[in-house]
Structure formats: structure tokens, C-alpha cells
Design a protein around this ligand. Structure first.
Ligand code: 9UX
Length: 70
């Protein structure tokens, strides 16, 4: 099943951050990136392939602090 996920992301300050976060999200199997801006990201994901926690963890691994909004 396909779920919507919005992350609020601390530590993003510029467009390069937007690109880094976008790349990290695209690297997670089952994720479709909607929009990424400084401070947040909207995605959808297949719950058979990944989870909100896993997606947030991928963003945290590159040095940000992601929180699941919904
Ligand atoms: Mo911008 Mo982001 O100078 O990880 S690249 S703050």
C-alpha cells in the first residue's frame, strides 16, 4: 500500500541541502519524492518496501534531523 509521508528536517539551510536530501530519499527503495524544500520533504512510499522510520533514517545518515509529520 502507498502511504504519504511528510518529514520536517532540521539542519537544512540551502539548495545544496535540498539536492542532498532529494538524493538520499531517492536512494530508498520504494520511495517517490514529491517536493523537497529547505526544512521539509514530501514523499510517498510503498509500505511493503520501506517505512517512515527507514526513510527518516536515510536523511539522518547524511547529517540532518528528520521528524515524521504525517
Ligand atoms: Mo548548504 Mo546543506 O551550504 O547540507 S549544503 S547548508
Amino acid at each position: 500500500m502507498r502511504n504519504e509521508l511528510t518529514l520536517s528536517i532540521e539542519g537544512m539551510h540551502c539548495e545544496a541541502c535540498v539536492r542532498r536530501v532529494t538524493a538520499a530519499l531517492q536512494g530508498v527503495e520504494g520511495v517517490k519524492v514529491g517536493s523537497v524544500e529547505v526544512g521539509s520533504a514530501k514523499t510517498t512510499f510503498d509500505s511493503n518496501q520501506t517505512s517512515a522510520e527507514e526513510i527518516a533514517a536515510a536523511v539522518n545518515r547524511i547529517g540532518f534531523s528528520a521528524h515524521v509529520e504525517k
